[in-house]
Design a protein around this ligand. Structure first.
Ligand code: HAM
Length: 448
């Protein structure tokens, strides 16, 4: 029987012709994070299920409906991470990072797994860039975290997005708010979906992010949490606004934001695309979670963070026509005729690759014409043809595929000759380039 294996629904392959875009946004994320003092942490793709039950929350959509959970061969319940915060907190505690200077500022690039209905910008396997700041209670930390995401979007050239902020208060405010919600939803109990009915007693705030059309319609008229927050939480929120104003970061207060994960306290926020084609897509979500470290067995330690969906970010960038850097090019294709030329090509390519150049040699035994055609197709910047004549005369013609100019280069010192021609052209191109939009990060990368 013929095998018909396809990628699993809601997953996405990134092909070589596209992967440079992902590499670009991932590297930029790490570069920007570094400028704010956040350093990378890597945690496993799976964790004990209990970790997510306890942190994300048992009554959330993520835990109730979306997790990829299975028993391993030792009969332990394991879950593919649906998000990055829980694992980061677990690792923070397990490795005693609370003994390091606080605040500890970590960032991560991770794959995440949620069994959601796939659609544009919503996948079952997706990737996040996240940051977490442990050990800072001040709203200044919230503002810094938000500023990092804002700087990142600006650096990438994204323009049409808004930052929406809200406060969902502390557990004390939440008690009062839960009572108000219970009273509100009690009247419409009969119309709620089964999951929300069970949430009504245990965690009525979760009804607000139910994706069922009937529940969301009922939720529209519900009381908003901002009306129930205590003086301390309000002061925290007011200070955050002041710090955002001082940082020149625009925002709107959206009292409807409650976020779909249980660990948040006080500040919650989202960056939402306003571009025509991706309007409404949430690119980034985050907030403060002052109770989570303690909930997972640590001492009481305030924390805040955020995560950006990288597939959504790429989609928003592509749809809004943001410029990406040029895809990587093959610097030189060595076209060979005969065995001696192949041996010379091996020598030259090894030397050039050691210098960091991308070099292609023919490994299928094609004719010179076919090798030239291939060099063209893979977008080589230069070609050189080597045959017995070139080896005998110790001289070959280095051809720029850009403008067709040819430079005579000695084979015995090919590496130097190539580098000279390459640099001369790069300098000439630099002379014509517009550097006005380069940031210091770009310049640092160029100098690397
Ligand atoms: P979240 O809002 O669940 O928050 O996810 C963060 C971002 O991941 C979303 O804004 C979205 O861009 C992206 N995302 C979520 N689900 C999908 C999906 N199914 N397909 C594609 N992209 C998706 C968190 O995960 C929190 N851990 C953020 C955080 C960190 N809060 C504090 N620290």
């Amino acid at each position: 029987m013929a095998v018909n294996i396809k990628a699993i629904k809601g997953t996405k392959d990134t092909l070589p012709s596209e992967s440079y875009k992902s590499q670009y946004i991932e590297q930029a994320a790490l570069d920007i994070a570094k400028t704010y003092g956040f350093h990378e942490m890597r945690t496993p793709v799976f964790e004990y299920t209990e970790l997510f039950d306890r942190s994300v929350g048992e009554t959330t959509d993520v835990v109730q409906k979306e997790m990829y959970t299975f028993n391993d061969k030792g009969d332990r319940s394991i879950t593919l991470r649906p998000e990055g915060t829980a694992g980061a907190v677990r690792a923070f505690l397990e490795h005693g990072l609370f003994n390091e200077p606080l605040p500890q500022k970590v960032c991560y690039l991770t794959s995440c797994y949620r069994y959601e209905k796939p659609q544009a910008g919503r996948l079952r396997e997706f990737h996040q860039f996240g940051i977490e700041c442990f050990g800072a209670a001040s709203p200044l930390a919230d503002a810094e975290v938000i500023a990092l995401a804002n700087s990142y979007f600006v650096y990438l050239g994204l323009e049409n997005f808004v930052l929406e902020i809200n406060s969902i208060g502390c557990p004390e405010c939440r008690k009062k708010y839960s009572e108000a919600l219970k009273a509100y939803f009690a009247d419409r109990q009969g119309d709620l979906c089964e999951t929300c009915l069970s949430r009504l007693e245990r965690n009525p705030m979760r009804i607000l992010d139910c994706k069922s059309p009937v529940c969301s319609e009922i939720a529209e008229g519900a009381p908003v949490v901002l009306d129930f927050i205590c003086d301390d939480c309000r002061e925290h929120f007011e200070s955050l606004k002041k710090y955002l104003d001082a940082s020149g970061i625009e925002y709107t207060v959206n009292p409807q934001i409650v976020r779909g994960l249980d660990y948040y306290t006080r500040t919650v926020f989202e960056f939402v695309s306003k571009d025509e084609k991706t309007n409404g897509l949430v690119l980034c979500g985050g907030g403060r979670y002052d109770g989570l470290v303690e909930e997972l067995g640590g001492a009481a330690l305030p924390a805040c963070g955020l995560a950006i969906g990288l597939e959504r970010l790429l989609l928003a960038m592509e749809e809004s026509g943001v410029a990406f850097p040029e895809p990587p090019q093959c610097n030189l294709s060595i076209v060979t005729a005969g065995e001696n030329a192949v041996l010379k090509a091996l020598e030259i390519s090894a030397d050039l690759r050691a210098e960091g150049y991308s070099v292609n040699i023919d490994t299928v035994g094609r004719s010179i014409k076919a090798q030239m055609k291939y060099a063209n197709k893979i977008n080589s910047q230069y070609t050189v043809v080597i045959g017995d004549n070139e080896i005998e005369s110790d001289s070959a013609k280095l051809k720029s595929m850009d403008d067709g100019t040819e430079t005579e280069v000695k084979l015995s010192s090919f590496c130097e000759g190539f580098e000279r021609a390459f640099m001369d052209k790069a300098v000439a191109d630099f002379g014509n380039a517009d550097f006005s939009s380069l940031t210091q990060i770009d310049i640092n990368n160029l100098l690397k």
